[in-house]
Design a protein around this ligand. Structure first.
Ligand code: UDP
Length: 376
C-alpha cells in the first residue's frame, strides 16, 4: 500500500483539516502508514494535541494551527497538494451547539476556503459529511437518494444545515469542474481517542460505567443508532479518496447493525462488569428516533463494509478509556492540555468547548514541526 502514496518519485502530500480530532488523527495515522506526507490543520477547538503526540517526530508530519473559517495560510496554496480531507468541525451535539454560529460558519465558510484551496492546487477533495443531513429520517434505512427531514431552525440546525450547505458547495464545485470532490456521509462512529467529555452516548456510557456513575439514558432509550468502529470508517474514507472517478452522489459510511441505546447501555454494563444504575434524562430536542445506513453504494463503489463487530469495538474502546482514566491526574483545561505530558482527565469534566479566538498560522515546510501561532 505504501507505493500508492508516492507519485513521480515523491511522497504524496495530503492536507487533513481537523486532523487533531478523533477521526482526523486516525486518518493522519493511516495516510502516514501508506507513505504520504501529511499536513494536519486544526484550531484545537475540539481537537487535541495529545491525539498527535506520537507523530511529533515523524518527518512526514506537520501540524498547522489554524481555523478554517479564517483565510488559510497563503503558503498552503504554493504546495503541491494531492488531496484535501475536510474533517474540521465540532461533531458531537453538545460541542457543535456550544457556539452554533461558529459551527455553521465552519461548515460553510470553512468548506469553501478548503474547496478553493483544492481548486487552486488541483488536489482531490474529500468532505466529511454526516448522517445528520437526514435529520429525523422518515425513510429507513437511510439511502443516499433520501433528501432528509431536518428542522432548519432547531438547535441541531447549525450542524445539520451547515453540513447540508457544505454538500451543496461540494457538488457545485464538482459540477463546475472546479474540483474533484467526494462526500462521505459518516454515521455514528466510536473508538479510541473519542473525547470523554464529548457528550456522546458511547463515550458517556463507557466512562460512566467505568467510574461507577449513573448511566444516563435520554428519553426511553428506544431510539436507535448504528455504531461503526473507527478503523472501519477510516478504511472507507481512504477508499473513497482512492476511487478513480468521483462518486455520483454522497456515499454513506457507517455500520448497518442497528440497536437502541438502552441495549447499548446493557452491553457496556455487561462488558465492564459495572454496577452503575441506569437513570433517565429528557430526550434532547430533535433527537433522531432511528438511524441506520444503507451502505449498498459503498459496497458497490468501494468494495467496503465494516468488519469490526460491536463487541470487539466496545472492548477496545473500554480498554482505551480505562487506560485514560488510570492516567488521569487532574481535570484537563485548555491551558494544561498544551503542556507536554499533561494528563488527561477522563471522564467527567463538563468542559464544553467555547469559541476560542483563533487566527491562521503560516506554514513553513521543512524540519520545524508542530507549528504554533507566531512561531513560524
Ligand atoms: N444519548 C443517551 N445518553 C447519553 C448521550 C446520548 O441516551 O448520555 C442518546 C442521544 O439522545 C441519542 C443517542 O444516544 O439518541 C446518540 O447520541 P449521540 O450524542 O452519541 O449522537 P447523535 O447520533 O445523536 O448525534
Amino acid at each position: 500500500m505504501r507505493g500508492e502514496q508516492v507519485r513521480n518519485g515523491r511522497h504524496k502530500t495530503v492536507l487533513v483539516a481537523g486532523g487533531a480530532g478523533f477521526l482526523g488523527s486516525h486518518l493522519c495515522d493511516a495516510l502516514l502508514a501508506e507513505g504520504a506526507e501529511v499536513l494536519c490543520l486544526d484550531s484545537f477547538l475540539t481537537g487535541r494535541r495529545q491525539n498527535l503526540r506520537h507523530l511529533e517526530r515523524d518527518p512526514r508530519f506537520t501540524l498547522i494551527e489554524a481555523d478554517i473559517t479564517d483565510p488559510l495560510p497563503p503558503s498552503l496554496a504554493k504546495i503541491h497538494l494531492d488531496a484535501v480531507f475536510n474533517l474540521a468541525c465540532a461533531a458531537s451535539p453538545p460541542h457543535y451547539q456550544a457556539d452554533p454560529e461558529h459551527t455553521l460558519l465552519t461548515c460553510v465558510l470553512g468548506t469553501r476556503n478548503l474547496l478553493r484551496l483544492a481548486e487552486s492546487t488541483g488536489a482531490r477533495f474529500v468532505q466529511a459529511s454526516t448522517s445528520e443531513v437526514y435529520g429525523d429520517p422518515e425513510v429507513h434505512p437511510q439511502i443516499e437518494s433520501y433528501w432528509g427531514n431536518v428542522n432548519p431552525t432547531g438547535p441541531r440546525a447549525c450542524y445539520d444545515e451547515g453540513k447540508r450547505a457544505a454538500e451543496t458547495l461540494c457538488f457545485d464545485y464538482l459540477r463546475a469542474g472546479r474540483a474533484d470532490v467526494r462526500v462521505a456521509r459518516i454515521f455514528n462512529t466510536y473508538g479510541p481517542r473519542m473525547r470523554a467529555d464529548d457528550g456522546r452516548v458511547v463515550s458517556n456510557i463507557i466512562t460512566q460505567a467505568l467510574s461507577g456513575a449513573d448511566i444516563t439514558l435520554y428519553g426511553d432509550g428506544t431510539q436507535t443508532r448504528s455504531f461503526c468502529y473507527v478503523s472501519d470508517l477510516i478504511e472507507g474514507m481512504m477508499r473513497l479518496r482512492a476511487l478513480a472517478t468521483p462518486a455520483p452522489s454522497a456515499v454513506n459510511l457507517g455500520n448497518p447493525v442497528e440497536l437502541n441505546v438502552a441495549e447499548l447501555a446493557e452491553r457496556v454494563l455487561t462488558l465492564t462488569g459495572s454496577s452503575s444504575t441506569i437513570v433517565r434524562r429528557p430526550l434532547p430536542v430533535d433527537d433522531p428516533r432511528r438511524r441506520r445506513p444503507d451502505i449498498s453504494m459503498a459496497r458497490r463503489l468501494l468494495g467496503w463494509q465494516p468488519r469490526v463487530p460491536l463487541e470487539a469495538g466496545l472492548k477496545a474502546s473500554i480498554a482505551w478509556f480505562a487506560e485514560e482514566m488510570r492516567m488521569a491526574e487532574y481535570v484537563r483545561t485548555p491551558a494544561n492540555d498544551d503542556q507536554p505530558g499533561a494528563a488527561v482527565l477522563v471522564g467527567l469534566a463538563e468542559d464544553t468547548p467555547q469559541r476560542r479566538s483563533t487566527r491562521s498560522a503560516g506554514y513553513a515546510p521543512g524540519p520545524q514541526r508542530m507549528a504554533r501561532r507566531g512561531e513560524d
